[in-house]
Design a protein around this ligand. Structure first.
Ligand code: FAD
Length: 390
């Protein structure tokens, strides 16, 4: 075991860091999920594309740089640490593209991959439905074959970014008689197709980031089917594996921890500073331990990938721990800041620019998205410990 990165990997980290310094405003706060934020994220994606850095981990023939898994981790860590706005490209790069690379036809690869790496096309994910979240295979949206088309009717929910997206990865039922996992197909759907209605859902942060999407007799050509009809579930699990092994989040937590450490060092309390309070010191020391552990769990996933092993319950472990750790960290931050921590960024008295209030609400959502903590625990119990299904 060698805990050092290779010199060329360290050089790559310095390069990404310098680029981010140049291309993000000096007072960049990240987490802009309002309309101006989406516009900024789109422009940022275009800038990344000039370096082939939208999806640098993809093979060169698909518009990437063929980065090693460790370099991809470094890229993710730097983006996360610097709070880079990747929301516009995340679904296309992180899970749509890799699924198309594995299962798509040459025609589908030609049609879709270049748009993603150019930072031009935004994707959304139409998986969850009002009665199909954790039990995704219960989904009811129907796709019925009609000549050379499929006709889609039904509803999706929690569809992040659907109001800006050009395309959607969509799961729909094509065989209502088959066992539930065996009657689902996977489509690449043009969001401009007639019959699609997108309705906003305003989240706890007061942002419009996810939506309900309704389909009324939406016609899609047969060529938009990914892989074979009724085999969609198996491709969807690949997509979810990519989603859960999105790694590097602990670097964002490290940044927040550094902010908190600086804050307690500078904030007067009882004739000294907050750092003199033993409880505050212990709280931050515990947080530091957890951030480090989260980082190691992510590194374990990468080390498997680097050896050509597909991570299994290890991705669930990293997802579970890192999202819950970031929620605990945000909570610790709220406590350290006292009532100031609960002020919104626009408040004159907000400390650390209202970051803690934003982080706490955001991390509350993160333990649910991509499969809830309970589902990750089930996976770890079954696949990691070999326990029977509960
Ligand atoms: C910020 C955010 C963005 C999202 N974006 C998208 C998106 O773009 N596209 C998309 O398709 N979906 C998206 N989702 C939806 C997400 O995938 C679902 O919320 C998630 O899968 C959980 O489903 P649910 O909300 O229906 O909860 P449910 O499945 O109804 O679960 C409710 C509660 O019951 C628990 N539970 C359920 N089943 C079990 C079980 N077997 N064992 C133990 N506990 C169980 C859950 O853990 C949870 O606490 C997003 C969610 C969030 C928070």
């Amino acid at each position: 075991m060698d805990f050092r990165f290779a010199p060329e990997d360290e050089a790559f980290r310095r390069e990404v860091r310098a680029w981010l310094k140049k291309n993000l405003p000096s007072d960049w706060e990240g987490h802009l999920r309002d309309e101006s934020g989406w516009g900024f994220a789109r422009g940022f994606a275009r800038k990344l594309s000039e370096r082939r850095w939208v999806a640098p981990q993809w093979p060169v023939e698909y518009g990437g740089l063929g980065l090693s898994h460790w370099q991809q981790l470094i890229y993710n860590e730097e983006m996360s640490y610097h709070r880079a706005p990747l929301g516009y490209i995340a679904i296309g790069v992180g899970w749509t593209g890799p699924t198309i690379i594995i299962y798509g036809t040459e025609e589908q690869k030609r049609q879709h991959l270049a748009g993603i790496t150019a930072g031009e096309t935004m994707w959304c994910q139409g998986f969850s439905e009002p009665n199909a979240g954790s039990d995704l295979a219960s989904l009811q949206t129907r796709a019925v074959r009609d000549g050379d088309d499929y006709v889609i009717n039904g509803q999706k929910i929690w569809t992040s970014g659907a109001h800006h997206a050009d395309w959607m990865i969509l799961l729909a039922r094509t065989d209502a008689e088959a066992p539930k996992h065996k009657g689902i197909s996977y489509f690449l759907l043009d969001m401009k197709s007639p019959g699609i209605t997108v309705q906003p859902l305003i989240d706890v942060m007061d942002n419009h980031s996810f939506n309900q999407v309704f389909f009324e007799n939406v016609r899609v050509p047969k060529s938009s089917l990914l892989g074979e009809e009724n085999r969609g579930w198996y491709m969807a699990t690949t997509t979810l594996d990519f989603e859960r092994s999105s790694i590097g989040g602990a670097a964002g937590a490290l940044r927040l921890l550094e902010d908190l450490a600086a804050y307690v060092n500078e904030t007067p309390r009882n004739g000294g500073t907050l750092v003199g309070d033993q409880r505050v010191r212990w709280r931050l020391a515990d947080a530091a331990l957890e951030v480090e552990l989260g980082r190691m769990l992510s590194y374990r996933v990468v080390s498997l990938q680097a050896r050509g092993v597909v991570p299994n319950y290890e991705s669930s472990t990293a997802k579970l721990y890192n999202t819950e750790m970031q929620l605990r960290l945000a909570h610790a931050g709220l406590e350290v800041l006292g009532l100031y921590g609960q002020l919104k960024p626009k408040s004159r008295r907000a400390q650390l620019r209202g970051r803690l209030e934003r982080q706490y609400l955001w991390q509350t959502a993160m333990v649910v998205g991509g499969g809830t903590s309970e589902i990750q625990r089930n996976i770890i119990a079954m696949r990691g410990l070999g326990l029977p299904r509960g």
